[in-house]
Design a protein around this ligand. Structure first.
Ligand code: NAD
Ligand code: MG
Length: 359
């Protein structure tokens, strides 16, 4: 097992990563909090696979209840949020109760937001079960979706601990693993050249991901994210660098319709565009064709789906919360580990996007 301490302005918390650590680590962390009771918020798929194991680890020591959320982004909703709060009130959870988020990013965001708001905030612990959750479980952004926009209703609420048991990842569907891997690559590119080169040399296909490599990449990815968050917890500056690959990625996801293309697949295409564009604007000297082939080997799509027009994508990008008055904000790279925010005029970016798509 390996540990990392995350420091933020509002406190610090440990991240532990290893196989079969849940029983020992969780009890250790929970005993530090000494909660009056525990409410587990669990993803339905995760609950049916590992629910009993988690409950067994706790229920001899603490009064523990479970709320199961059906799997899927659509359940990161007001209704689920309301149902959790209703149950918490009916069970008599108080300000000393603890919430556990047991699942991927959907559960982490939903359970974290419930914890942030129940009686003006109670502690929660993240028990991530997807690779993507290396990104969502740290940083303290928690939210639910509104029909008018994803993650629009939320808060900043840091977890008290993050316990990443690799045993849970073995049942993760391969497209979910790939989606999380896109964010791992992103963290390498924006934050750590050694780590990025390690990724390109050690992982040619997703089958290369054994426990040791998973552990290393989760810790390194979290390390990059944590460094950015430490500097800018409330997203007023450098935290925007985490958006690398996301401006176009989000536009593709939204235009295709959520669920049609995974978040990571959208981000992979977005990163390729950003790398290509960084070559034009900042003379970034990364081997674009080689990276594109690596992405292909990993199973990522490497082009924008043909049915999406560049015009429509640009209009989407203009609606992004990070864009302002006709200008689209892209995160580009000067070199690996040195991201830079670059604003573009609508027409300029549309013609660059067209050129890239036709090359
Ligand atoms: P997810 O939570 O929906 O999980 C993906 C799928 O995998 C689900 O169907 C789930 O049932 C299944 N699953 C999870 N763990 C499993 C396991 N161990 N074995 C088998 N199946 C398993 O999605 P995700 O990709 O983990 O997270 C996406 C969410 O994270 C989005 O809502 C996004 O907005 C959010 N997010 C938040 C932040 C943040 O900073 N708060 C950052 C990135 C993403
Ligand atoms: Mg993302």
């Amino acid at each position: 097992m390996k540990n990392l301490l995350i420091e933020t302005a509002s406190g610090s918390y440990p991240v532990s990563v290893g196989r079969n650590i849940i029983e020992t680590e969780l009890i250790k962390q929970v005993n530090e909090i000494k909660p009056s009771s525990i409410l587990i918020i669990a993803d339905a798929a995760v609950q049916s696979l590992y629910g009993e194991r988690l409950l067994n680890a706790l229920s001899h020591f603490y009064k523990t209840e479970v709320f199961v959320v059906p799997s899927g982004e659509e359940y990161k909703s007001f209704q689920s949020f309301y149902d959790i709060q209703t149950l918490a009130l009916k069970l008599g959870l108080d300000r000393k109760s603890l919430i556990l988020a047991f699942g991927g990013g959907v559960i982490g965001d939903l359970a974290g937001f419930a914890a942030a708001t129940y009686m003006r905030g109670i502690p929660f612990i993240q028990l991530p079960t997807t690779l993507l959750a290396h990104d969502s479980a740290v940083g303290g952004k928690v939210a639910i979706n509104h029909p008018e926009g994803k993650n629009m209703i939320g808060a900043f609420h840091q977890p008290r601990a993050v316990i990443y048991d690799l045993a849970f990842l073995s049942t993760l569907p391969v497209h979910e693993l790939r989606s999380g891997f896109a964010e791992v690559i992103k963290h390498g590119l924006i934050g750590n050249a050694d780590f990025y080169h390690w990724l390109t040399s050690e992982i040619s296909v997703l089958d290369d991901l054994d426990d040791e490599k998973l552990q290393h990449m989760i810790l390194e990815g979290i390390h990059v994210k944590a460094a950015v968050v430490k500097e800018d917890e409330k997203e007023t500056g450098v935290r925007a660098h985490l958006n690398f690959g996301h401006t176009l990625g989000h536009a593709i996801e939204a235009s295709e319709g959520y669920g049609k293309i995974s978040h990571g697949d959208g981000v992979a295409i977005g990163m390729l565009f950003a790398i290509w564009l960084s070559g034009k604007i900042h003379s970034l000297s990364l081997p674009y064709e080689k990276i594109k082939n690596w992405f292909k080997e990993l199973g990522f799509p490497v082009e924008v789906p043909e049915n999406l027009s560049s015009d429509a994508l640009i209009s989407r990008m203009l609606k992004d919360k990070k864009s302002h008055s006709g200008t689209i904000t892209m995160v580009l790279l000067k070199t690996i580990g040195a991201p830079e925010i670059s604003p573009f005029e609508r027409d300029q970016l549309r013609s660059l996007l067209e050129t890239w798509r036709q090359e």
